[in-house]
Ligand binder design. Structure first.
Ligand code: 4AD
Ligand code: MG
Length: 432
């Protein structure tokens, strides 16, 4: 007998097949058991009628527990009322393992802490399933986007000697005789080297920030896709981000319809993600926040509250451009029109989600870069190789990093980033 996946059930109408999976619900009415089966690719109702199903199998169902692993065989029947359009008329069951205990995740509402503590089991439920499938699609779409534009994938190191973003949020590890090393906060500096070799490059991997923030936007381990392009200016950089985000929203709408439904996502909001995205200068953003009595001063980076307000003002993602130099990382290029600011942009997702992308043109002038390294008190020796990129054929270049979990959180319309990654790492969570 052929073993099939539930997702392919439509090809097997009236055929005798086997499903290998788990039981996630059972209702019994006298001589009939209605079993809800899942195999990871989908869900299916099996109907076991005493007499039509062999009696040993029928007996198993009288004492079966939730999440027992079972193999079920039977005939695929069309059924208009079933969500998949099919039902299984069960002829026999093989019990693989029956739990001795009740499954901890029940139908009733559980608190988020309980669910996160049981993340290894919670993954089996409908909601995490939908979110993580959308994440999977987002990864595929992002990779395809760059691959189809002939970018070269460059895997940047996770153990690094130089500080990429912010010295105060480094995870350090002791590295043999060489002293302290750090877990990568970004692969950007290495991508800058690679773009001088390959023209246009990207990476996609885990990054680490020892951020003591307990917000719904912060993880200590998150995935970031970064792109870097030689001879690209900040305007071109924003154009690239806009194209990427529109492609992403389009693909998720097209390919994750079922998942968006499960999450009750308002698709109309995602359909509005079309070019062009609004662009707001940092100065104007600050004035508008001050008018709303936000405590922000010119020179401050935008806080989570500020971003929520700004991103709530637009139906599309909005670029906030040209931040003050002192609020941003050392590598950003000084703005020739106002040297107190840099040529950069953060992209804020709509509906109050806030920053999902940080990007900038990079400082390509050797002396200016060196002064910034000094101003920020960064250890100059660690940046020798990085400075050399400005000595051997320096060119204008730009790039950005998109945070996967924040983006997925927005696409899914959920509240917190911790649900957008299989096993979240936050300052208060290292288990499971
Ligand atoms: O703005 P960030 O810090 O930019 C960089 O790391 C640049 N080196 C990228 C580049 O230009 N190549 O981080 C980029 C994005 C943010 O916009 C956000 O989406 C995400 O990474 N991010 C986080 N996501 C979850 N938890 C955190 N603690 C995050 N910190 C940043
Ligand atoms: Mg940022």
């Amino acid at each position: 007998m052929q073993r099939i996946w539930i997702a392919d059930i439509g090809k097997y109408e009236n055929q005798e097949i086997e499903i290998a999976g788990w039981l996630f619900n059972i209702r019994s009415k006298g001589k009939i058991h209605f079993l809800q089966l899942r195999d990871g690719t989908g869900r299916l109702q099996g109907v076991a009628v005493n007499g039509e199903c062999d009696s040993a199998s029928f007996e198993i169902l009288n004492s079966i527990k939730m999440e027992a692993s079972i193999k079920v065989h039977g005939t695929v029947k069309k059924d208009e009322r079933a969500p998949t359009g099919y039902e299984l008329a069960v002829s026999g069951i093989i019990l693989v393992q029956n739990p001795d205990k009740d499954y901890p995740i029940a139908k009733k509402e559980h608190g988020i802490d309980f669910l996160l503590e049981n993340r290894h089991l919670w993954l089996r439920s409908t909601r995490p399933g939908a979110i993580l499938r959308i994440r999977n699609q987002a990864i595929i779409t992002l990779r395809n986007f760059f691959n189809s534009r002939n970018y070269v994938l460059i895997d940047t190191p996770i153990i690094t000697g130089s500080i990429g973003e912010n010295p105060s949020t480094l995870f350090s590890i002791s590295y043999f005789d060489l002293g302290d090393a750090y877990l990568a906060q970004t692969g950007q500096l290495y991508l800058e080297a690679a773009c001088m070799a390959f023209g246009k490059v990207y990476n996609f991997g885990p990054t680490f920030r020892a951020e003591k923030s307990k917000t719904r936007r912060h993880l200590t381990e998150f995935w970031m896709l970064e792109a870097e392009v030689a001879y690209l200016d900040n305007e071109g950089n924003m154009q690239l981000q806009e194209d990427m985000i529109c492609t992403l929203a389009e693909d998720i709408l097209k390919l994750c319809d079922q998942e968006l439904k499960i999450l009750d996502r308002d698709n109309a909001k995602l359909k509005k993600i079309t070019p062009p995205f609004p662009k707001v200068d940092y100065n104007d953003a600050v004035s508008s926040l001050q008018k709303k009595s936000h405590p922000i001063q010119w020179g401050d980076d935008l806080g989570a509250e500020d971003e929520t307000v700004l991103s709530g003002q637009h139906e599309k993602p909005v670029f906030i451009m040209n931040y003050p130099k002192k609020a941003k990382a050392f590598y950003m290029k000084e703005n020739p029109d106002n040297p107190d600011t840099v040529l950069c942009s953060d992209l804020l997702a709509p509906e109050g989600y806030g920053e999902i992308i940080g990007g900038s043109q990079r400082e390509d002038d050797y002396q200016k870069l060196l002064s910034r390294i000094h101003e920020e008190n960064l250890p100059e020796e660690a940046y020798t190789w990085y400075k050399e990129l400005r000595e051997y054929g320096s060119v204008p270049h730009s790039g950005f990093g998109i945070g996967l979990e924040r983006t997925v959180t927005w696409l899914c319309g959920i509240r917190h980033v911790r649900e957008a990654i299989p096993f979240p790492r936050t300052i208060s969570r290292l288990y499971p």
